[in-house]
Design a protein around this ligand. Structure first.
Ligand code: NAD
Length: 464
């Protein structure tokens, strides 16, 4: 239960936790301050207010254009059928086709998908790629399914949304719980049933993050982690933290966290603490992130790494000097940089109090709650926001789409160079907005994104 007034929304405990905006009243938003979509919209509206964005653009951006929900049956390996729920939210396409990942998670809800779709609109605008924002998901624990069940879920979900996606309309990609193999199944299914006027090969452009063999881009798998590092390389030295020798802790060791960890390590940083859904590890001398990535690939999580013998490229290693630690100890480990790369809303007030870092780089989407954000600000901890820090994934997805559309293949150096250019420019745009409006980095990144969208709407106008 919560209440609202013009000045704020109030949680059940009676604490005012979010500023309020007339637009959320006008559009009849849910009043729960813990609601992720409300939090995301409020963050966007706060920046919109600073630049006096037009009311019509604010109301358009406060709700997605389309919210698609499907239910589809899939036969399990034992012969029985299960019904699954899937989502595709198309937030905005003023800048170009809808673009955003597909998440497989047992706890996916419409409001989460709406938030992630809005973040995609902001991200694409901030890095200036001609895509709009979308996101999708299936309510399923991917780890509980066999590979053939996963394939049938993916193909059936693709069939259920086939009329709503398309290579020039809405282009999914991997996210939490999905990977290149699932993108291959999506592309193959879409091509088989959609055809798009005989241009069968072009249909494969319907998803990015595909395996390289079927048109995926070199560098896409590591792109989000690489982008996190590129932004940190641009911003951290300016605030007195050189990358080489820097101490890092990482929450989540999947695609994004695992790649960011390895790339930071290659640049001379020490990854001293890691946590995922299976446990937490610490090694003040630096965890061997290549060996840890091999261990996660083989076992599904970081647990047990401290005891294991792992065969690496350089021979057999044992123990790795890492110690299993508690969640609390993980957050309290002294570091220069903390990288949340797991799920939303994990950095709440308690975790923000525990953190012992100078900077947070949000590799995950919306990892910090507004109350958590306030604690970090009060402690002088700088936050590089998700729409900037993790925009590398969608940027290389755009490169993949461009390569597919023009039948060319870029080499890895070209991908890395172009990615770096986009990330550095986005970081500079954010820094500039911060100086101009004297605000925090999160508001500055939204301002840099919204200014572009505002100009696009001013030029295009609103139909009719
Ligand atoms: P992934 O499925 O590969 O990895 C998720 C990680 O989070 C795993 O290590 C998992 O163990 C960990 N995790 C899950 N629940 C946890 C919990 N309760 N406590 C601790 N750890 C937990 O997913 P990913 O693709 O690496 O995505 C991670 C984040 O980055 C998400 O917020 C995603 O939306 C965002 N993101 C991903 C991409 C991409 O290209 N994959 C792009 C932009 C943003």
């Amino acid at each position: 239960m919560s209440t609202t007034s013009n000045t704020g929304s109030t949680s059940a405990s009676g604490e005012t936790t979010l500023p309020w905006d007339p637009v959320v009243e006008e559009l009849g938003f849910p009043k729960d301050p813990d609601n992720l979509y409300l939090q995301t919209v409020m963050t966007m509206l706060k920046a919109a207010e600073v630049i006096e964005l037009r009311h019509r653009v604010k109301i358009i951006l406060a709700q997605p254009k389309n919210e698609i929900m499907v239910h589809f049956p899939v036969q399990m390996d034992d012969g029985h059928h299960r019904l699954f729920k899937g989502y595709r939210v198309q937030h905005n396409n003023a800048l170009g086709p809808y673009k955003g990942g597909i998440r497989y998670h047992h706890d996916v809800h419409l409001d989460d998908v709406k938030s992630l779709a809005l973040l995609m609109t902001m991200k694409c605008s901030l890095v200036r790629i001609p895509f709009g924002g979308g996101k999708g998901g299936v309510k399923v624990d991917a780890r509980s399914l066999s590979p053939s069940e996963l394939m049938r879920v993916t193909r059936r979900f693709t069939a259920a949304i086939a009329n709503d996606i398309g290579p020039d309309h809405d282009i999914p990609a991997p996210d939490v719980g999905t990977n290149a193999q699932m993108m291959a199944w999506m592309a193959d299914t879409y091509q088989s049933i959609a055809g798009i006027g005989g241009r069968a090969n072009d249909a494969m452009r319907v998803v990015t993050g595909k395996p390289v063999e079927i048109g995926g881009s070199l560098g896409r798998e590591k792109a989000t982690g690489q982008g996190v590092v590129d932004v940190c390389k641009e911003m951290l030295p300016e605030i007195g933290i050189p990358i080489s020798g820097m101490r890092v802790s990482i929450l989540g060791f999947g695609n994004v966290g695992g790649w960011a960890a390895r790339i930071f390590q290659d640049l001379g940083a020490k990854v001293v603490a890691v946590m995922d859904h299976t446990g937490a590890l610490r090694n003040d001398e630096g965890i061997d992130c290549n060996a840890l990535a091999d261990h996660v690939r083989d076992t599904g999580g970081i647990a047990g790494f401290e005891n294991n013998e792992t065969l690496t490229g350089s021979g057999t290693r044992s123990g790795h000097g890492a110690t299993a630690i508690s969640d609390e100890e993980f957050y309290k480990t002294p570091v220069d940089l903390f990288v949340p790369a797991a799920l939303e809303q994990m950095i709440q007030e308690k975790q923000s109090e525990w953190l012992n870092c100078k900077v947070v780089a949000e590799a995950a989407n919306a990892p910090t709650t507004p109350p958590g954000d306030r604690v970090l600000a009060s402690r002088g901890i700088e936050v590089i926001p998700a729409i900037l820090a993790n925009a590398g994934g969608v940027t290389v997805s755009y490169f993949e789409w461009v390569q597919n559309k023009s039948n060319v293949t870029w080499d890895a150096e070209q991908v890395d160079r172009e990615l770096n250019r986009h990330m550095v420019m986005a970081a500079r745009r954010t820094n500039l907005a911060r100086q101009r409006y004297n605000c925090d980095l999160r508001t500055a990144a939204y301002i840099a994104a919204l200014e572009h969208i505002g100009k696009v709407y001013a030029v295009r106008g609103i139909f009719p």
